[in-house]
Design a protein. Structure first.
Length: 697
């Protein structure tokens, strides 16, 4: 289908290049693209098009980290783009929000006029009553926040604190190294020891696993540190199933052994680490026996891990974000990030650690892409996306500001993904709340919208991408024209700006101009267009002689300490007596957060919403494999199918997510039982800091 014409009311705004009809041909045409999803791999795509229709999505073999391979999810991207339930026209709600959702199709002109009028009325009272809500439905710099940021800055809306995934770990890296930086992905292939810490790499970081597997074939030892016996743990030489939230204690226990056995690179510490004396004192309080008791391991496991890490070079750590989704997650990342500083592992290109590489792109990015000057000095409060349930139910007040009267949701599905969903649902059910959702499908959030605006997928628009797992900039070219009346996010916000009467030149720039503005001159756009990616020019062993992006070039160990979970036997024995099972909620292998849940072929693989439980815990509750169970605590409950599995250790259960609520057995999902309390650093949610009980449904 060809793109819909621009409505006359907004005809003065330019159409982005990606909405221009693309000529069809019976020959197969190959388009270079980039995966848009929240994954560290940011794969380079090879998109095959025939007769104006995408027939295959593959990885580019020439891209150094993609090397032709894609995950099961993204290889089925055409199924998602051409899904029968794709939203292809603007929709307006005609039912009450507490009723089953009913919508009518309307024109773009009507949608923009009505939304613009309602937003104007709110903005005239206080623009801070309007809130954007977005995250990583696309990681693209253009379709993410480039034009959206301009719109909300010009409006003077509240700002969103985008914390829901990675901000605890990001704040920790910034506090320790001065930025979100680490070792380079290909160098893992030369490591002799790799600690895969809090990462199910086979499911969520496939291309790192390729390099780790190369190292394994050449004799490297792979150790998985994770509460769950993941698919990655199955392929490692050793699995340490520590208790959720005790990663910081394990890091301190390892430091104790480094000190006790003089396995330190004292020269590196003296020259490149601040706060060593303070950290040394803390670590000496964590001998193997105390560490083992806290972590649910044996003292010998702690000793052996420390010896392996200290005496094998080069040694590399691959962290991922699951382990920072607890109260002490920020400090845990800080402590783990200090380990390669204590052993001097950073001296080797294949030594060090990686949680995120996104900080390497900062010097190359244009900080004015979202035009902060359009705010013109007006004040704006910061609303945390992780506490959206409480915030939507909050009244106006001196500590909060005006009540939230409108939410514009794009690149996110908060009703499914935000913690403590009973409150999130209640907030979005407010009849006096204007909710506008830019979407591909009728998600749980779209079901509670007043207006749903059809957005393009990655195959239909232009974008530019960075990564948090490697150091390449990637260009995504549109492969097909937008289906139905769908429009890129950029164009929707241009037209909303026109409907609001915003006439600044910043809203007239097309997507090609935005791509060109995203980076400074150091990025070669000719190479990007021709090859599809551009590799940042960076040192191969970036911190061999210190030079961290922190003040003075030193890693900072000051203040790093272990904090137990909010909900644990140690911190709240009374609560643990009522709800004795610690629950983590890692993603199901064939979903990516709440994306791909409605792709039938992938959902058929997953089957249904599952809870993994150890056989010992199941027997104690007279529960059997395959039974429908109720998972509950004081915040709520949800029903799912029980899987008695050796992947769960005693005392810990795994609520695999994130299913759309309406696809759950009782119309709810795992976030029914999570809470809105925040992490020690980064103001992030504590999804894996959660006590529950399980009973037959």
């Amino acid at each position: 289908m060809s793109a819909a014409p621009t409505d006359p009311a907004v005809s003065h705004t330019p159409q982005p290049d990606s909405s221009v009809a693309i000529a069809s041909s019976s020959e197969i045409r190959v388009v270079k693209g980039a995966c848009p999803h929240d994954c560290p791999d940011t794969c380079a795509l090879r998109i095959s098009v025939q007769d104006g229709r995408v027939i295959k999505v593959q990885g580019q073999a020439e891209h150094p980290s993609t090397h032709g391979a894609l995950c099961t999810k993204v290889s089925r991207y055409p199924e998602r783009t051409y899904h029968a339930e794709r939203v292809l026209h603007p929709l307006k709600r005609v039912s009450a929000k507490h009723e089953a959702p009913r919508f009518e199709r309307i024109s773009w002109a009507q949608a923009l006029t009505e939304i613009g009028g309602r937003l104007k009325a709110i903005a005239d009272r206080d623009p801070q009553a309007i809130l954007p809500y977005s995250y990583a439905g696309t990681m693209g710099m253009v379709q993410g926040e480039a034009m959206a940021g301009r719109f909300f800055n010009r409006l003077g809306a509240s700002c969103l604190d985008r914390t829901i995934c990675a901000s605890a770990g990001g704040a920790a890296l910034t506090a320790t190294y001065g930025g979100k930086v680490g070792m380079h992905l290909p160098h893992y292939a030369q490591a002799r020891l790799i600690l895969i810490w809090g990462s199910n790499s086979i499911a969520s970081n496939l291309h790192f696993w390729t390099f780790a597997n190369q190292a394994k074939r050449h004799g490297a030892k792979l150790i998985c540190i994770d509460p769950r016996k993941t698919e990655t743990a199955d392929k490692c030489h050793q699995h340490l199933a520590l208790l959720p939230g005790t990663d910081g204690a394990l890091a301190l226990g390892l430091m104790h052994e480094l000190i006790a056995h003089d396995w330190l690179d004292q020269d590196y510490i003296d020259r490149h680490v601040d706060g060593w004396a303070e950290l040394r004192e803390r670590a000496l309080a964590w001998p193997p026996e105390r560490t083992a008791e806290e972590c649910g391991l044996t003292a010998d496991e702690v000793r052996t891990l420390a010896r392996d890490y200290a005496t094998t070079a080069p040694a590399a750590i691959r962290l991922n974000y699951g382990m920072q989704r607890v109260r002490g997650g920020g400090n845990a990342v800080r402590l783990i990030a200090l380990l390669p500083c204590l052993t001097g592992a950073w001296r080797h290109p294949a030594g060090g650690m990686l949680l995120s590489s996104s900080g390497w792109f900062v010097p190359f990015k244009n900080p004015s892409l979202e035009r902060p000057e359009l705010r013109a000095g007006r004040p704006s409060r910061l609303v945390n996306m992780s506490t959206i349930g409480d915030d939507l139910l909050r009244q106006a007040g001196p500590d909060f500001g005006p009540r939230i009267e409108a939410v514009i949701v794009y690149n996110s599905n908060p009703v499914a993904v935000a913690p403590e969903s009973p409150k999130v649902v209640a907030g979005f059910q407010r009849e006096d709340l204007l909710t506008v959702v830019l979407e591909h499908f009728m998600t749980d959030t779209a079901d509670l919208a007043d207006y749903v605006l059809p957005a393009t997928t990655q195959l239909e628009h232009l974008d530019i991408h960075t990564s948090y797992g490697h150091t390449d900039v990637l260009l995504n070219q549109p492969a097909i024209a937008p289906l139905g009346e769908s429009k890129p996010n950029t164009q929707i916000f241009r037209e909303l700006a026109a409907a609001m009467g915003f006439d600044e030149p910043a809203f007239l720039e097309d997507d090609t101009a935005l791509v060109r503005q995203a980076f400074k001159a150091e990025v070669d756009f000719d190479q990007l267009t021709e090859q599809g990616w551009f590799t940042l020019p960076l040192a191969q062993a970036p911190f061999a002689e210190g030079g961290f992006p922190a003040p003075g070039g030193k890693a900072d160990a000051r203040g790093a300490d272990y904090l137990p979970n909010y909900e644990s036997r140690r911190s709240d024995p009374a609560l643990a007596a009522r709800y004795p099972l610690a629950m983590i909620s890692p993603p199901a292998r064939n979903f990516l957060n709440s994306s791909f849940v409605n792709v039938k072929s992938l959902r058929d693989i997953e089957g249904e919403q599952l809870l993994e439980m150890n056989a010992e815990d199941a027997a104690a509750r007279a529960l059997t494999d395959g039974q429908t169970v109720r998972v509950f605590n004081d915040r709520g409950s949800y029903q799912c199918r029980l899987m008695v599995s050796e992947r769960a250790r005693a005392g810990v259960v795994h609520g695999l997510g994130i299913w759309w609520r309406k696809l759950g057995l009782d119309g709810r999902n795992v976030n029914e039982v999570t809470h809105q309390r925040l992490t020690d650093l980064g103001r992030a949610p504590c999804f894996y800091d959660c006590l529950v009980e399980v009973a037959a449904a």
